[in-house]
Write a protein that binds this ligand. Structure first.
Ligand SMILES: [Mg+2]
Length: 352
């Protein structure tokens, strides 16, 4: 993992950060000039995605370690690239911090340093160079108590590449396609519930440790799965599950002009969600932030049970267009009988 040392001045700090940012064949010129210069692989298109990470909306400083905030900030953008089968080219980060998070206590890394340790550890692993961005001091919160300082605001821009006209879109599904998900669902929401119940116990989680699953604190973007699906032309349509299965499948249905059925019993649930028996299905359907992939493939296309070492499960089928809303039906087994009920989008939505 990259180590970023405590440095107070912005210029020195950027120099320090620059020395830890890996070069790559895609970035001809990275941090240090007015613009970055990227080289696009021949025959490719650029894919661009942006994501906010806002304190109190996406994380809480008293719940999440800075490493987790840095990891999640990058993981959200990488997951969008994964959903379209794109290869990451470069990341750009604009970060506003209150001044006390820039200065570490003597001998201790600052909040900012720890944020970048989490960010750069994932960037290294996913081979995405940080090629630029901006820093600013965030203003004091005028509506808070006298002690209230500014908030952490981060905006990440990720650029990826895909061969011309080959990116996997939400709109590519056809009636009869099977619907698949990667990994297990509901874990992130279940871990968030644990975090809310006992925030202090989680502040010590500063890195995703092998063999331990922290789907909320350290989600794993499914880049290798997306790349495999694109390379092997197996997926017709895809989306990442950032807002919850019910909401993201509805997005895919809308963009493809279709409806869908999902078998409740087929949905792979995360062990953390299964620890909450009354809520397991609800968490898996509506929890959000799992950052797994949801994709469709024609019924005659073979989809392996594991792709890039990630389990893949068939959970339903795309159906013809309908004027019915919700567009998704959930099929449940009750007393040996199959019942279909409408599944409204129940995941995360801003301004709701
Ligand atoms: Mg997305």
């Amino acid at each position: 993992m990259a180590k970023v040392s405590s440095m107070p001045g912005e210029r020195e700090w950027i120099e320090d950060l620059r020395s830890y940012c890996k070069s790559s064949s895609a970035v001809r010129l990275g941090i240090g000039d007015d613009c970055a210069i990227l080289k696009l692989p021949r025959g490719s298109e650029i894919l661009v995605t942006t994501d906010f990470t806002l304190e109190t909306v996406h994380f809480r400083r008293d719940w999440h370690s800075p490493e987790s905030v840095g990891h999640r900030c990058l993981a959200r953008g990488l997951s969008d690239l994964a959903a379209m089968g794109a290869k990451p080219l470069a990341a750009f980060l604009s970060l506003a911090l209150p001044p006390e998070l820039v200065r570490g206590r003597t001998g201790q890394p600052s909040w900012r340093d720890r944020f970048f340790q989490g960010f750069l550890a994932l960037a290294d692993r996913c081979r995405v160079p940080l090629a630029g961005g901006d820093t600013a001091q965030s203003p004091r919160n005028p509506f808070g108590s006298p002690a209230s300082t500014g908030w952490v605001l981060a905006d990440i821009v990720l650029l990826g590449s895909a061969p011309h006209a080959r990116a996997i879109l939400r709109s590519g599904a056809s009636p009869g396609d099977r619907i698949y998900v990667t990994g297990q669902l509901g874990g992130a929401a279940a871990e968030l519930a644990q975090l809310a119940a006992n925030p202090r116990s989680f502040r010590s989680y500063t890195a995703a440790s092998p063999g331990e699953s922290h789907p909320h604190l350290f989600p794993e973007p499914r880049l290798a799965v997306g790349a495999w699906l694109l390379k092997n032309r197996r997926a017709a349509a895809a989306i990442d599950i950032s807002d919850g299965l019910s909401t993201d499948l509805d997005h895919l249905c809308k963009e493809s002009g279709l409806s869908a059925t999902v078998e409740a019993a087929a949905i792979p649930t995360h062990p953390l969600a299964r620890k909450l028996p009354g809520e397991t299905l609800h968490l898996a359907l509506n929890g959000g932030e799992d950052y797994e992939l949801l994709f469709t493939a024609a019924s005659n296309v073979r989809i392996p049970r594991r792709i890039a070492n990630v389990p893949v499960t068939c959970i339903g089928e795309m159906r013809p267009a309908t004027s019915r809303k919700p567009r998704v039906l959930l099929i449940e087994n009750t007393n040996g009988r199959k019942n279909a009920r409408p599944l409204p989008p129940g995941g995360w939505e801003h301004y709701k």
